[in-house]
Design a protein around this ligand. Structure first.
Ligand code: RNT
Ligand code: ZN
Length: 416
């Protein structure tokens, strides 16, 4: 792409935004400082290195596009390449099943920080900070109930696993000098209508209380709500209401996955309610198509509204941004870049919104003016700002990354 035309387009855009009181240079600096937690599981369809078996736990990666990362080196190779196509410093979100187990079988109640030693070293070299996830799916003891299981042995197994994961996250956080955000998502639920709904929720709350009791200063825990899983359609123990109540009473971070609500629900509206009662939010930015399908994130209204709401609520510092989708039907690296860049585009548009003026109109009950400015803001030249943001950070501008990903496919992933 022609550098001088990007620069002159930016100069015009800068002027246009300045007329509305927005300093685009400052906005670019802010965007550069917002890390996006890259989900390692996009590289390999959530398989991991424990048993390399198919997914269970009500989630599904569909498609069989060639080039899936098959081992730890390939996952790292792909993520390192992804980094070259993204502006800003990002984070890497690991699941427990992606440990460096050295070819041995390490069960989930045996996992230790040592299994993530090579990840910590690699991440430091790559300037990536780590986030972490306990993993209760794709295991013979997963069944339909893990932390909410009335069977004391199974429940104890998963409590032990999750406690160990928190300790691993704490070591990661200490090493990187920045808290590691550890997400707890359990698929626990039921295909058909249970009669003891409250009972399982009591067990889950008690398991979480036991898990979170250990003070670990270098990590933060978050818990993820969900509507339903495949094969678990009638009941989810960790529903939105359950976790909204849990997080509010225990002061725990709520993980908001944009695929985990009713399809017509306005997920962005939850932000301003949850933020009143929970300390922070962890976002799993995704794209549900008819269900929690985990399609690649794009710049659609849902994602735009989510980030606009966070910026309008002055809550950027209370939101951790992560991605969560797994599309196995297209080039996986391409899926990574489309989704991460779309997230950055949405963040950018939210940051470029003339929110001061809009608030002013609202306070003065000027409904027409507010709506008019919101509409006009949509077609301001944010694309010129996004192009310049990428140029400034020495990464491909616009569709230039397509060619580079094709080249990587030709040289690397097509040979797998
Ligand atoms: C599942 C949850 C969960 C997973 C990852 C792999 O519905 O969204 O976050 O996608 O942990
Ligand atoms: Zn999620």
């Amino acid at each position: 792409m022609n550098e001088s035309s990007i620069i002159s387009a930016y100069a015009l855009a800068k002027e246009r935004y300045a007329a509305l009181g927005i300093d685009t240079d400052k906005v670019i600096e802010t965007l550069e400082q917002i890390p996006i937690s890259l989900h390692c599981w996009q590289t390999d369809d959530v398989v991991g290195f424990e048993r390399s078996e198919a997914l269970s736990g009500g989630i599904q990666a569909t498609g069989n596009y060639p080039g899936r990362a098959r081992n730890i080196d390939e996952v790292r190779q792909d993520i390192a390449f992804v980094q070259t196509l993204l502006a800003g410093n990002h984070r890497l979100n690991l699941h427990e099943t992606y440990g460096d187990f050295g070819g041995k079988f390490v069960d989930r109640d045996q996992v230790e920080p040592a299994h993530f030693e090579s990840w910590m070293q690699w991440a430091e070299q790559q300037k990536l900070k780590l986030d972490f996830n306990s993993t209760s799916f794709s295991h013979p003891k997963s069944g339909n109930l893990t932390l909410a299981n009335p069977d004391p042995a199974i429940r104890a197994f998963w409590i032990e696993h999750t406690k160990r994961c928190r300790r691993i996250a704490d070591v990661m956080g200490q090493r990187q000098g920045d808290p590691c955000i550890m997400n707890i998502w359990v698929h626990d639920g039921s295909k058909d209508m249970p009669v003891r709904r409250k009972y399982y929720r009591e067990i889950l709350a008690d398991s979480l209380d036991q898990i979170l009791a250990e003070p670990l200063p270098h990590m933060k825990s978050c818990v993820e709500a969900k509507l339903f899983g495949i094969g678990l359609e009638s009941y989810t123990v960790g529903s939105h209401d359950f976790y909204a109540g849990y997080c509010a009473t225990r002061k725990v971070i709520y993980t908001l996955d944009t695929g985990h609500y009713e399809q017509t629900e306005n997920v962005s509206d939850m932000v301003a309610s949850l933020l009143l009662f929970v300390p922070e939010l962890m976002l799993h930015v995704s794209r549900p198509v008819r269900w929690d399908s985990d399609h690649v994130t794009i710049m659609n209204d849902q994602t735009l509204d989510l980030f606009k709401e966070i910026v309008r609520a002055d809550a950027l510092h209370r939101a951790h941004v992560g991605l969560d989708y797994f599309d196995a039907s297209i080039n996986r690296i391409g899926a990574y870049i489309i989704g991460t860049r779309a997230t950055q585009k949405c963040l950018l548009q939210a940051l470029l919104e003339p929110v001061g003026l809009l608030r002013d109109y609202e306070d003065k009950n000027m409904g027409f003016e507010r709506l008019a400015l919101m509409e006009e803001a949509k077609s301001l030249p944010f694309g010129a700002v996004f192009d310049y943001f990428n140029l400034k950070n020495h990464v491909p501008v616009g569709e230039d990354y397509i060619r580079l990903i094709q080249q990587y496919e030709h040289d690397v992933t097509s040979k797998r």
